[in-house]
Design a protein around this ligand. Sequence first.
Ligand code: SF4
Length: 206
Amino acid sequence: MKVNEELSRIRARIMNCTACPLHVGRKNPVPGEGPADAPLLLVGEAPGREEDETGRPFVGMAGRLLTEMLKEAGVPRSSVYITSVIKCRPPGNRNPKKGEIEACRGYLLEQIAAVRPEVVVLMGNVALNSLKEVWKLPGGNIGEISGELYDRGDFKVLVTYHPAGVLRDRRRKRPLFVSHIRLAVKEAVKKRGEGWLGLRLEEFEG
Ligand code: SF4
C-alpha cells in the first residue's frame, strides 16, 4: 500500500475512533498533518481548544511559536509531519490519562511506520513518557536527555521541550529547542542527501 493511502486509512480510523472516553467531548479528532515522506516526524501531547475546533495540530499560540522555531532551525513547517500522542482533546486541557495514552498509542506507531521518518522528535514530557519504555530511552528529565539522537534502528529519536513549555520560558528554552531541531535536520540531510529542501550539510555543522 502507498504511504498516502496508508496514512489516509489510519486517519479514517482515527476520525471514527471510540476507543477511549475522549471521543465523547471532542469536536474534531486531530490525526496530524505533513508530507507522507517527511524525514522529521514531530510528536506533541494532545489537541487543545483551537486544534479541537479546526482538526489541525498546533494552530494556537504554541503552534505559531513552533512554526517560527522550525523556520529558525532551517526548515519550513510544511516539510515536517506533525502529530501528537493523543488525537482527541482532553477536557479542560488536562493531561492525558494512562489508559487514553495506551488506547491511542497504536495510531502514533502506525503513523511512524507509514511515514518512515529519519528522526522522531518527542516534544515534552507526555510524548517522552508515552514512548520511553517502548523505545527504551534513558531515564532522566527532558533537560538531561534532550539534544541527543538515540538510534532505534529504523529511525533516531530526539527529545526536546514542548512548544507550550518554550512559551513559558522563551529566553532559556527557545535557543535549546532550535538547536535540537537543527540536530534532527542535520541527521535528515545526512540520510536523505543534500537535495532535501536544497539544504547543505555544512550549514548544520558546528
Ligand atoms: Fe481514539 Fe485516540 Fe481519540 Fe481516544 S484519543 S478516542 S484512542 S483517537
